[in-house]
Design a binder for this molecule. Sequence first.
Ligand SMILES: *Cc1c(COP(=O)(O)O)cnc(C)c1O
Length: 354
Amino acid sequence: MLITSGSKAKSPPIDLRSDTVTRPSPPMRAAMSAAEVGDDVYGDDATVNRLQNVAAERFGFADALFFPTGTQSNLAALMTHCDRGDEYLVGQEAHTYKYEGGGAAVLGSIQPQPLENDSDGSIALDRIAYAIKPADIHFARTRLLALENTIGGRVLPLAYQSAATQLARTHHLGTHLDGARLFNAIIKLNVNETSAVAGFDSVSLCLSKGLGAPAGSLLLGSRDFVDKARRWRKVLGGGLRQAGILAAAGLYALEHNVQRLAEDHANANTLADGLTRLGLHVEPPQTNMVYVVIPSERAGALQQHLIARNILASISPRTRLVTHLDLSAAKISLTLKAFKEFFDVKHSNLAPPI
Ligand SMILES: *Cc1c(COP(=O)(O)O)cnc(C)c1O
């Protein structure tokens, strides 16, 4: 069920549904308002160009391309790597496979070969190797390995990324990283940007998740790769005009909102600890996502209890709570208080869980 906040919320809710709900801050809006702009389809938008240059350099790529969404950035990347009738290897849980409406197949004529993700989010190397098809007219041509970091809030170790991309290269596959939340992994691992993307031919980054921009993604690659992707972006309807207004938010986010992701991770730990103390089963968070088991018979009542306290969360048997820059430590405390009222028998006239 998609919980919506409603249109006439008084004070902004404590919104744990996703880090996409963050709103541009006053200084980010000021940067947007002051942005120098031009027609980006002509390559004339100075702010878009600056964002692309800054991102490419920061990650050690030759070029970068601004997209309205991460879905479109990933799809353009898949279509740049793969031709009609090719296939890409991808995790069952991966966003490009599971959460993008089957776009690779629908719009790219690219066959996904989904592979099981292990509990840490990785795909076992032998499973990858086994799925690579030999050259034979019976098979789709295996062209690409796509990984995701972070995946469901979990950080892929860089040693794993290195081994997996090396394996792909040995088999002449391209490599793509869906790094929608790669900055969370970078902060968690305390590594620099270039080492986080080592081995990948292309990387997609979201500016509109934990970084707090209202929209925008970046696709990183070689000059040739980005030239081809730019063509697909136009085909997919993503050629924007005075996009510098959005790019300015992205530049602001890259400068001001990366290091602070550590606060979101700390808040996720606080939230997880508090929920554990209530006797709930919580998966220890690695970044900004807390997964907690909510008995399904109590899910509806909990949802209402939280809504009554201006707290939004998508309650399910495996509830995902996401911390972000619009959630202060004080709001995390209020959230824990609300959960405690609900689950603590002493404060509740409802039956205790289990
Ligand atoms: C959000 C997300 C995307 C897509 O981004 P949109 O801007 O919502 O289209 C891609 N991959 C992952 C892992 C994401 O979390």
